[in-house]
Structure formats: structure tokens, C-alpha cells
Design a protein. Structure first.
Length: 125
């Protein structure tokens, strides 16, 4: 049972270190600013991508299999707009995502290395 407890503790350490690294990455990227204004700025710029996606979706939906339905075109426009907005938001906030991912990965790697050294002590003497 102690092996299971040790594994759970190790898993908890990994998750906590990843979350802490993600917080550090966010703080590093934002330089003390708040996240809300950054996301608002990114969302404002993502609307361009949403408009392109909506246009592509509308045209694709209208001419799909020769069923010229305005309702089908509207549905595809909505879907294209949502996909375009999501892609645009991801693109506009890619720097934040990179910082969060890199710092979380560094933090997790540190915990993994410490765990490995606990299980495999090196005797230099």
C-alpha cells in the first residue's frame, strides 16, 4: 500500500509543480499586469479571424452539394466563425501559452529529476 501512496504523492507533486510553473509563466509574460486586459485585447484581434471563418463557412454551406439553403449557410457561417475565433484567440495569445507551457515543463522536469535521484542515489565516494 505504501507504493500506491508514494505514487499518489509523486503524482500530486507533479501536478502541483506544473500548476506553479504555469502561474510563474503567466506572471513572467504579463510582467505584473492582469490577465483580463490581455485576453480582451487578444479577443478583439481574434474577431478578424472569426469574420474570415464565417465567410468561408457561409460560402461553403451555401454551395455544399447543390443544396442552396440560407439556413444551412447560416449554420456553417456560425460554425466557421466559432472556429475562426478560437483559432484567432489561440494565435493572438500564443506568447502567453508558450511561457506557461515552458515554465510548467521546467517545473515538472525538476520534480521528476528530484524523484529520480531519490530512487537512484549516486554514491561518489
Amino acid at each position: 500500500m505504501t507504493n500506491l501512496t508514494d505514487s499518489l504523492d509523486y503524482g500530486r507533486k507533479l501536478v502541483n509543480s506544473g500548476l506553479e510553473g504555469a502561474r510563474e509563466g503567466e506572471e513572467e509574460f504579463l510582467h505584473g499586469d492582469r490577465l483580463g486586459p490581455f485576453l480582451s485585447h487578444s479577443a478583439r484581434h481574434a474577431w478578424k479571424h472569426a469574420a474570415v471563418g464565417a465567410c468561408i463557412g457561409a460560402v461553403g454551406g451555401y454551395f455544399e452539394k447543390e443544396r442552396h439553403s440560407p439556413w444551412r449557410a447560416a449554420g456553417f457561417a456560425l460554425l466557421g466563425g466559432l472556429i475562426g475565433f478560437g483559432a484567432g484567440l489561440a494565435w493572438e495569445s500564443r506568447g502567453l501559452g508558450r511561457c506557461i507551457f515552458c515554465d510548467a515543463a521546467k517545473s515538472i522536469k525538476k520534480v521528476r529529476d528530484e524523484h529520480w535521484f531519490e530512487k537512484n542515489p549516486i554514491d561518489y565516494a
